[in-house]
Design a protein around this ligand. Sequence first.
Ligand code: ADP
Ligand code: NI
Length: 207
Amino acid sequence: MRTIMQQKQLEAAAFFVSKQLKDEPTGHDAAHIDRVRLLALNIAKREGGSLFIIEMAAIVHDLIDEKLSSEWKLSPQELKQQLLLWEVDKRDIRYIMDIITTMSFRRRHMQHKPMTLEGAIVQDADRLDAIGATGIARVFTYAGAKGEPHYTNGSHLGSVLEHMQEKLLKLKDLMNTHEGKQLANERHEFMCLFIKTWKEECGLTDE
Ligand code: ADP
Ligand code: NI
């Protein structure tokens, strides 16, 4: 359940983010946010948690990602100011900020800090959007924006294929929730088939 006030806050945040990230070129665009928001709410139907916290955290989760260039990014302080401007409860702001800073912290440093149910759900939703057909599309978007090659025939430069094999194929085993795991398994299978076919077409053999 979300109160009318909370629904207005979610709408305001979604509008702000859709403008802020509209043309973001590395796969953190507004469409990614929309998908993560829906995925998180779908997982929450099965897993529970505060729908307002989950939805708001999903909407704002990439605004402070350090990977974004300054044109798109907000500082944590600026994001808190925005949330205050929309009159989000101060305790909820702390909860939401904790979720989104823990999400990116874990991703980068693989630290283990206890996660809330809401945080676990939003992280699963974000990870689901990195795999399956959508995940494949996003990797090529990222690589196009960064000038990264599709594959490197054994050299040690980063590549799409390396990212898929070293990072994305591992995500299904890192899911937090039961529902997230189920959804990740289907997407994982599709990605495996894509990688197998792609490697065959390109004459790439397994190392
Ligand atoms: P998010 O913040 O949404 O979790 P990331 O910042 O980790 O996503 O990455 C954004 C998108 O770019 C993801 O789809 C991810 O798989 C892809 N990506 C990240 N790093 C690389 C890379 N080195 N090569 C190709 N794709 C990448
Ligand atoms: Ni994201």
